[in-house]
Design a protein around this ligand. Structure first.
Ligand code: GDP
Length: 196
């Protein structure tokens, strides 16, 4: 994928704020806070700081829409998993996610990001079930692949597959924002998703 332009369009909390043109397909990224979502988006777009990295626990939870080549969008969904989040903030997060995932016509796929080093959490499992429940293909990106050795990789990927109960047709791609491992693989998958 040749990235000619990439820009933040809007940080939205409700559908009225989503970009209006639904002729442009969207790919969304979900995952726990600190999993490496911003870094992965920056890596895919060849930008150092387009998506904010190392978000703080108190950060406002928004859906961040990035416009690419004026052709399609990547959507950074609000992270989950901070222990110290109030019940009402969790409910707001749930409503925001459900509204977007269930109602966005031009949403083509939702990638679940998990850290390759760690066993997926109960919330990761829920998120994965949710993604499938809304009718999307199971696609998982294992982040920070540079943090484990090549020899350990298959073992970690197998744990992720097993814990998330991934099926034969589901897709699991290891990536590293640090050394750009997996970048071409993710782009060829996105191009394939746009073709069908
Ligand atoms: P987000 O909260 O999911 O957006 O996560 P960030 O992108 O802010 O990343 C969280 C932390 O993990 C930051 O300190 C990043 O530098 C680090 N990080 C993200 N991706 C990678 C990666 O591929 N390799 C390594 N070594 N560190 C990463």
């Amino acid at each position: 994928m040749k990235i000619r332009s990439a820009e933040i369009l809007i940080s939205a909390v409700k559908p009225a704020q989503y970009p209006e043109d639904i002729n442009q397909p969207e790919i969304a990224m979900a995952g726990r806070s600190n999993v490496g979502k911003s870094s992965t988006i920056n890596m895919l777009l060849n930008r150092r700081k387009l998506a904010r990295t190392s978000s703080s626990p108190g950060k406002t939870q928004t859906l961040n829409f990035y416009g690419i080549n004026d052709e399609f969008r990547l959507v950074d969904l609000p992270g989950y998993g901070y222990a110290k989040v109030s019940k009402s903030a969790k409910a707001t997060w749930g409503n925001m996610m459900e509204t977007y995932l269930s109602g966005r016509e031009n949403l083509v796929a939702v990638f679940l990001l998990v850290d390759i080093r760690h066993k997926p959490t109960a919330q990761d499992k829920q998120m994965y079930e949710w993604i499938k429940h809304f009718g999307f293909q199971g696609i998982v990106i294992a982040t920070k692949s540079d943090k484990i050795s090549r020899g350990q990789r298959q073992k970690h990927l197998s744990i992720i597959k097993k814990e998330l109960e991934m099926e034969a047709d589901d897709i699991l791609i290891p990536v590293s924002a640090q050394n750009r491992d997996g970048k071409e693989h993710v782009w060829s998958l996105i191009e394939e998703l746009f073709r069908v």
